[in-house]
Ligand binder design. Structure first.
Ligand code: GLA
Length: 676
């Protein structure tokens, strides 16, 4: 049951807010009590109703511009134009939202907000009119504090809720993002409820987005306060950030539903800090979580690949499904995730998400995702836009950082589609130049029907030797059976260390002759054997890194954005010339080729973050954790850590956030050394 505030509770709320403000901000009573006197008890629900029945879709400038000058009327109109021209409006994108920095730093003599005349020379109403004329809607931003989040300090709405809400409504605003900065310690529920009531008092339907970063667990109290609530801190345009936000938002599934959504922050798709595979994962997982889809890239500069991702109508339909369920985690082990979302038509959308840096077999079944027993099922691949049949297996070998997104249904027409086939590869994709490696491919029929005239091919870069050592074709492969093929792959002598593409491709036919294929892109790392003796890890090439902010730094701390922006590594006042500067969540992998014995380091949170930051360090030898520190704070001195890595092909240095989010988690692996 939604809570309907009565006249007395409403009065109490306003009175409490006034007291809180008088205590904390020194505002005068008439200003704090700017609310009109309550009249009749509202007969409607607390929150403007009938809005955001599916997760809001649109655009917000923040992730691409922050407060830079390019955020202005021209940009906003340009985005609205592109929504129409590029078909994004037809795909469901509707809200064009302004973030921080649209106003002047001071209110006018009447206490009103003033749009920045340089950015918005015609005011906000003119922008709203333009956007409305295109059949779109306009969103705006302010903070539930005395100032917004940007350091310039634009006016916030705390104590001005009714006046600011009325101004927004008068301009024709349809959506408010209400941030949390400079909140003066006033109770969050009170601050956000007051703005809800102020928006409602305008009589204009306005989608209300709470942006208090999940600090007060809004999913527990905000379903009749806002239409959506941020569940985490800010996203940034990198894999580690996206992943950490995803992991925080997934467990909150029970709290989402029509009119009240978990908001894991806006999309980074197209901003350049992730690969297209990673952006497809980002978009797939946001959709399976029924998250708001707010485009965060400047579409005027976006690539065709970016438009392809944002405009994938089959994936959007997952997000916008009217049943309004957020997908739940069915399994997660070793970075292999199965997330399933119940759909209104009885089908299930299944995300097979690979968090790891190498291809992974990820599997579930039609029964496990909740489908009724049937002889066969239709399995629709929402990125390939192709349908297959399955006997009940829902599985794929998913490329590194990729997501296979499938809509699975127990419909009666499964037999008209070719069988689903999984292509996989066993063996190490770490290769030294000139040395042959043995691999085995498997082409497995998942379908109810057999795969006929099956063939498999493995191809590598020019100059590489790729030879099959067993048959590459089969007349028929039946349900649950595989065509297995042995391969020998040799990178030529002198191949430089780095990543190289290998492609495994299977072609086959359905019993009625329909041609189908299945492709698995793979990445080989050509590696160099580690030197014998003792080496500083800051001086050795790594295999891969992921990092919460900016790149991992060699021999300096983490500076959060560009490469080389760190400072001397400093722990408890001691400065180290050598080491690795990371930011949680982070993982750094080294090829050790079974030739090394120990990893040692002095670890801790860098002094540059003062008293802030808590992290935990782990060292892994292949799949085994061989050392861990537990949670370390900035108050602690450097802690020595040492691990036996004998026999490991790969050593991984991991930093987690210590369980309290990633704020200030500058993690140093000071003096990190490898003995081989
Ligand atoms: C906070 C919010 C962001 C953005 C900025 C603007 O950090 O969480 O989404 O709105 O403020 O200053």
């Amino acid at each position: 049951m939604r809570h309907l505030p009565t006249r007395t509770t409403r009065r109490r709320v306003v009175g409490a807010l006034a007291t809180a403000l008088l205590c904390t901000t020194g505002l005068t009573a008439p200003e704090a009590l700017a609310a009109p006197a309550p009249t009749e008890a509202p007969a409607s629900p607390a929150l403007a109703y009938g809005l955001a029945l599916t997760p809001p879709m649109g655009f917000n400038n923040w992730n691409s511009t922050h407060c830079r000058a390019e955020f202005n009327e021209t940009m906003v109109k340009g985005i609205a134009d592109l929504f129409v021209q590029k078909g994004l409006k037809d795909a469901g994108y509707q809200y064009v939202n302004l973030d921080d920095c649209w106003a002047l730093p001071s209110r006018n003599g009447d206490g009103k907000l003033v749009p920045d005349p340089v950015r918005f020379p015609n005011g906000i109403k003119a922008v709203a009119d333009y956007v409305h004329a295109k059949g779109l809607k306009l969103g705006i931003y302010t903070s539930a504090g005395t100032k917004t989040c940007d350091s310039v300090g634009f006016p916030g709405a705390l104590g001005h809720e009714y006046s600011d809400a009325q101004q927004f409504a008068d301009w024709g605003v349809d959506y408010l993002k209400y941030d949390n900065c400079n909140n003066q310690g006033v109770d969050a529920k009170l601050r956000y409820t007051t703005m809800r009531d102020a928006l409602k008092a305008t009589g204009r339907p306005i989608v209300y987005s709470l942006c208090e970063w999940g600090q007060n667990k809004p999913w527990e109290w905000a379903s009749d306060v806002g239409h959506l609530w941020r569940t985490t801190g800010d996203i940034s345009d990198n894999w580690g950030s996206m992943l950490s936000i995803l992991k925080q938002n997934l467990p909150l599934a029970p709290h989402a539903g029509p009119g009240h959504w978990n908001d894991p922050d806006m999309l980074e798709v197209g901003n350049g800090g992730m690969t297209d595979t990673e952006y497809r994962s980002h978009f797939s997982m946001w959709s399976v979580m029924a998250a708001p889809l707010l485009i965060g890239s400047d579409l005027r500069k976006a690539s065709p690949a970016t438009f392809d991702i944002l405009d994938n109508k089959e994936v959007i339909a997952v997000d916008q499904d009217p049943l309004g369920k957020q997908g739940t985690v069915l399994s997660s082990e070793g970075g292999r995730w199965v997330v399933a979302k119940e759909m209104k038509d009885g089908s299930r959308t299944v995300a097979l998400f690979n968090e790891t840096g190498s291809a992974q077999h990820i599997a579930t079944t039609t029964a496990a995702v909740g489908l009724p027993a049937a002889h066969g099922y239709t399995l629709r691949d929402l990125w390939q836009h192709r349908s297959y049949n399955t006997a009940g297996a829902v599985s794929a070998t998913v490329p590194a950082h990729g997501t296979v997104l499938l809509r699975v249904s127990a419909d009666r027409h499964w037999a008209k589609n070719p069988p689903a086939v999984e292509v996989g590869l066993d063996g190490s994709l770490l290769m030294e130049a000139g040395k042959p490696v043995s691999l085995t491919s498997a082409v497995t029929d998942l379908g109810r029907t057999p795969a006929r005239r099956v063939s498999v091919a493995l191809s590598g870069p020019t100059g590489w030797k790729v030879a099959a050592a067993s048959p590459t074709t089969a007349g028929t492969v039946r349900t649950g059976h595989s065509l297995r093929t042995k391969w020998r792959v040799t990178p030529p002598e002198g191949t430089a260390a780095g990543s190289y593409d290998l492609t495994l491709r299977a072609a086959y036919r359905s019993p009625s002759g329909i041609r189908a294929d299945s492709v698995l892109p793979l990445t080989v790392s050509v590696v160099v054997a580690p030197p014998s003796g003792v080496s500083y890890l800051g001086d050795l090439p790594w295999l891969s890194t992921t990092n919460g902010f900016g790149p991992v730094e060699r021999n300096t701390s983490n500076g959060e954005s560009a490469a080389g922006d760190g400072h001397p590594i400093t722990l408890g006042g001691v400065v180290y010339a050598k080491g690795l500067g990371a930011h949680a969540p982070s993982a750094i992998e080294y090829y050790t080729g079974k030739r090394c014995r120990t990893v040692t380091a002095d670890v801790g949170v860098d002094d540059e973050k003062g008293a802030k930051g808590t992290v935990a360090f782990e060292i892994w030898a292949d799949g085994t954790k061989v050392a861990s520190t537990g949670v370390l704070t900035n108050a602690m001195p450097a802690q020595p850590v040492s691990a036996d890595v004998t026999g490991a092909q790969v050593v991984r240095l991991v930093v987690t956030d210590g369980g309290d989010g990633v704020d200030s988690d500058h993690a140093d692996w000071a003096d990190a050394r490898l003995t081989c």
